[in-house]
Design a protein around this ligand. Sequence first.
Ligand code: TSB
Ligand code: ZN
Length: 644
Amino acid sequence: MENIHVRLPDGQTVEVRRGTRIDEIGSGHRADGDIIAAKVDGRPVDLNRPVEQDCFLEWISIDSPDGLDVLRHSTAHLMAQAVQSLFPGTQVTIGPTIEDGFYYDFKRDRAFTAEELEKIEARMAEIAQSNLKVSREEMPKSQAIELFRNMGEDYKVAILEEIPDETVSLYRQGDWVDLCRGPHVPSTGAIKAFKLTGVAGAYWRGNEKNEMLQRIYGTSWPTKQALKEHLRLLEEAKKRDHRKLGQELGLFMISDAIGPGLPVWLPKGAMVRSILERYIVDLERSLGYQHVNTPQLARVDLYKRSGHWDHFKDNMYPLMEFENKEELVLRPMNCPHHIVIYQHGLHSYRDLPIRLAELGTMYRYERSGTLSGLSRVRAMTLNDAHIFCLPEQIQSEAVGVLRLIERVYRDFGFKDYWYRLSLRNSKDKANFVDNDAMWDKAESYLRQALSEVGVAYKEAVGEAAYYGPKIDVQLNDVLGHSETLSTVQLDFYLPERFELEYVDKDGQYKRPVMIHRGVISTMERMMAFLIEHHAGNFPLWLAPVQIKIVTVTDQQLDYARRIFMELKAGGWRVELDERNEKLGYKIREAQLAKIPYAVVIGDKEVQAQTVAPRRRGGENLPSMSLNDFVERLKSELAREKGEA
Ligand code: TSB
Ligand code: ZN
């Protein structure tokens, strides 16, 4: 039989018989670690696949991103096998991998209970232990349809009927079979550390008009150790969850009476918010931004002209139509309003850049399944600005925004973030305006700005705004998931749509460029992030209540009130607990409210005219004069802002 040449990742080439199985080539040539699949010319395949022609072979180890994906997908199969063996009559639908895990949707009349999940897990462990071989087979689509129809798997039949290919692949383990592209682990024994993490209802094909399916979520890792660490992080994330802490600390609420995605800021949350707003507005004013206020509604024609009505309509609330035929929409973005301000006057090249900023409230119809506490909402206020500039100012303005972002992140102590260059998907003409030259130009400006600031970045195709590419700053949570906080967007499109102009040196009318940017994002998302980042323990400068005064008995109340008034007059956010409760109880409450300082006042403090501060963590400071305490607070504030 004829020989073929297989190039390996280390640069070596080996000669093997055509049809040799990959795992046979493997011995002796493998990289270290557990190999569970391979890539042939970049395409992931099973280890027992034969090689048929000259090719480039790479190994997929179980702890690489590709390997984890194979492992998790195989675990989804394992789970479906366990479910169908325990609950006959349950139909399978789809079971993809997701970040850190997988799910599988089943057709079953009732939801899976916690006890049932445990049973499923136990059965999965049994099947894994019996180390069933996982084998691939290919057959004509018609034959596969026949097979699944006989098995009573209506959903698989429906999926198959939509597959254009003539031949499809199936994977078998023991007596269980699923339609699947693969690749998979060679045998179920490779699946060693998994956990089922939850259940949810989900509609077939994600469409609420279809029937409800039962989804089971799970996670799977190469080792017990890695699984344990992941579950520990999940616990940590739960403790920090801003939805839970937001409720416990009285920061915000989501009320059914008002509606999903429409958060209500309670007094303490509103206090933090106003500190954020003051901080960013003062900083922006010092950098040449002009703040404006514009309405949250506009005539729909404004949003037709901007292109939002065509490209962003899925995220917009429906039209409001009035008797006099007036048609208004809630704005999903603030840009058109700022454009109207720009158009209001004549501008010479000398006036540019013009930086119009606003804490702009806007409304987006986000799908209900995507809503989450404050981090993804439908009513939000963005720390927004639109910079109208000359083409030759793009670079320096974009760099200026990036430096502002870095400065702000330093003030907030954010370290775990990364830059993402969000590009269009050039094939998607519906979601991105069609003008290749414009996109290429805008992208290259953003790349230059990133390289001038000297930060590394990842590229993400399809994440651009419809009007232009963006630099997004992604912040990680404890689980390593990221979300966009800041954004810098370069736009040649809206100036064109609105025929914006300035008068250049030569007296000619020319078109300015727009930079859209948000630094601390929407107040909602920033608040969600801050709560989780600090696990509710806001630093002194952000804490809604900075100091709680507690007395040992009622005897010290007069003195305590004086201290309270003095601190209050000094601008400190202070509360006095006048209740006739035990000291320990009052201190514990201040602790639970995560207030940075409890100030204890007993007879000793009254006599010596001092205060006895106690830090949030439990550390008791020595009694000191009020003056010394205030000095201490001030230097703590300075330290927090990185000024000390
Ligand atoms: C920066 N027109 C631009 C603006 O000029 C704009 O609106 N860009 S955006 O669509 O990317 O939104 C800006 C920021 O708002 C995002 O980076 C994100 O941090 C935040 N954001 C977007 N949608 C939501 C939402 N549903 N809930 C909370 N915050 C959101
Ligand atoms: Zn904008």
